[in-house]
Design a protein around this ligand. Sequence first.
Ligand code: SF4
Ligand code: SF4
Length: 393
Amino acid sequence: MPAMGSRDDAIDPLAPIAVRSAAMATSQDSLHLGPLEKVYLIWMVGASCDGCTVAVSGATNPRVEHLLAGIIPGLPRIDIVHTVLSMESGPEWVANLFMAERGELDAPYVITWEGSIMDESLAGDGFWMGLGEDPETGRQITSLEWLDRLAPGAAATIAIGTCATWGGIPAAKGNPTGAMGVMDYLGKDYRSAFGVPVVNVPGCSPIGDNYIETAAAVLLFLQGVAPLPEFDELGRPAWLFGETVHRHCPRAGYYEEGVFAEEYGAKECLVELGCWGPVVQCNIAERGMVDGHGGCMQMGGICIGCTMPGFPDKFSPFYEAPPGSLVSSNTSRVVGGFVRRLRSLSLQDKNMATQWERDAPSGWARSRTGPRGAAKVVHRFYEKYQHSKESYK
Ligand code: SF4
Ligand code: SF4
């Protein structure tokens, strides 16, 4: 690639970004707090639908544009080498990878891998994932070969989406391509040039903010301004994937009171329609999909476990109640049903101001009344007990 690495290419907008970027760097480029002024983000793809790219382009916290502009305090500027978003294409795009491999980039690079790894040894005389050609021999180079060549020198390797993390849909039963995740392929002993194992941000598609936030946290570590954040035993950011969907689901209160939706569009808990939320680690219920909005249960959908290593086979058939839910939802129906009735009794009392003896003076059609008969007696005792520990009397 003699011509591609030349600084004479710097004014050509279609020249490799690694060439243009190095030529444009100046000593005034000192907006950044850390020792790294910029980092290349090399975004590679395997068996992917580009959904992860779409998800990340919608991230807001921070926005991709802010990373590219280098305006986030403490973070280096990102120069992106992306199969879809880069300006250059063909040999000029691939030249960036050759430069990275030869150590000719003027800054460290981070690999982000989208899509499953497919086993090229099963491809016979062909290949599953081609990405550029050898300029001298014309030989097709595969994406997987690039991962082999670039992963050892990468500052970090981040797998994005469930295909790249655990194999995902391409690795479902049958799996003719031998699809697997990046961590499966690189192995547990893999460490980046900065000593970081594979970082996994699952989801099908993932929440864009989950990726950007994780990448930003890794960059702060690479900058030397923050410790490596906590990852769990599967390389997931622990602060994002430590909780189940169910714990933060807006419908969890219905589950607890034993009230379940019988059809889509209803507001109650969706477990009997096939929701796996109680046993799935995902933060969409509290984070939303884009800019805090959307998310599966918020939009009326069940959780099908798309962030989990067992997805999709271990969560199918979709849209049927998980077998384990029969025990838990029926228990909840009995216990929660009892608690719900007690709460409804309490609610009746709490909706009465203390000066209203029998009825609320409401002009609305359905006049509120307080508890009567035995319920009233129970409330008297309840109230006495509630205030029995107060120091003032
Ligand atoms: S809809 Fe799913 S996640 Fe939400 S409360 Fe019901 S079972 Fe839990
Ligand atoms: S709630 Fe379930 S289906 Fe929805 S994004 Fe999370 S893991 Fe995937």
